[in-house]
Design a binder for this molecule. Structure first.
Ligand code: GDP
Ligand code: MG
Length: 160
């Protein structure tokens, strides 16, 4: 194990990132993965998955009272999603920046939603909003044994 990685182990966060059904249907999976790879975060989980209704409801339970909730559940379960876990120091906040504002018309150019989407109801991607939710959502979408712990060859070239 490389000493510089051990030193920052408690600071390592997980973000649950998901390409939503519109992103999969529009062929944007590679584009999204590429942006996270190029940034330098570490991929520890990845799968194409047809989300059952119960899981979508659990994932979005905080939004249950919202008027758009039924259409949100229909949207997320309408086709396969690509589920990912990205790890790194500060990955949760950084991923939210890479993703951009919830409403793609307000998302900055250069962000995923700013570059690739026009409507809140078709905003291509999900990203955890806190390190706690990163852990919660990772446990919700991935079973034990589906995640890989590994040291990328480029690690010493990303972190001093
Ligand atoms: P996020 O964290 O940026 O994804 O945004 P929220 O946690 O506030 O909402 C979760 C998801 O619900 C969003 O990404 C949208 O897919 C959807 N959503 C939020 N607000 C609206 C809305 O006003 N209308 C519709 N149709 N969907 C919404
Ligand atoms: Mg959210």
């Amino acid at each position: 194990f490389l000493p510089h990685l051990v030193a920052s182990l408690e600071q390592v966060e997980q973000s649950y990132i998901m390409v939503k059904p519109d992103g999969v249907q529009r062929g944007l999976v590679g584009e999204v993965i590429s942006r996270f790879e190029r940034k330098g975060f570490k991929l520890t989980g990845l799968k194409l998955f047809q989300c059952p209704k119960e899981l979508a409801e659990e994932h979005y339970k905080d939004l249950k009272a919202k008027s758009f909730y039924p259409t949100l559940i229909d949207y997320i379960t309408s086709g396969p999603v690509v589920c990912m876990v990205w790890e790194g120091v500060g990955v949760v906040a950084s991923a939210r920046k890479l993703i951009g504002s919830t409403n793609p018309l307000q998302a900055e150019p250069g962000t995923i939603r700013g570059d690739l989407a026009v409507q809140t109801g078709r905003n291509v991607i999900h990203g955890s909003d806190s390190p706690e939710n990163g852990k919660r959502e990772t446990a919700l979408w991935f079973k034990e044994g589906e995640l890989c712990e590994w040291t990328p060859a480029q690690a010493p070239w990303l972190m001093e």
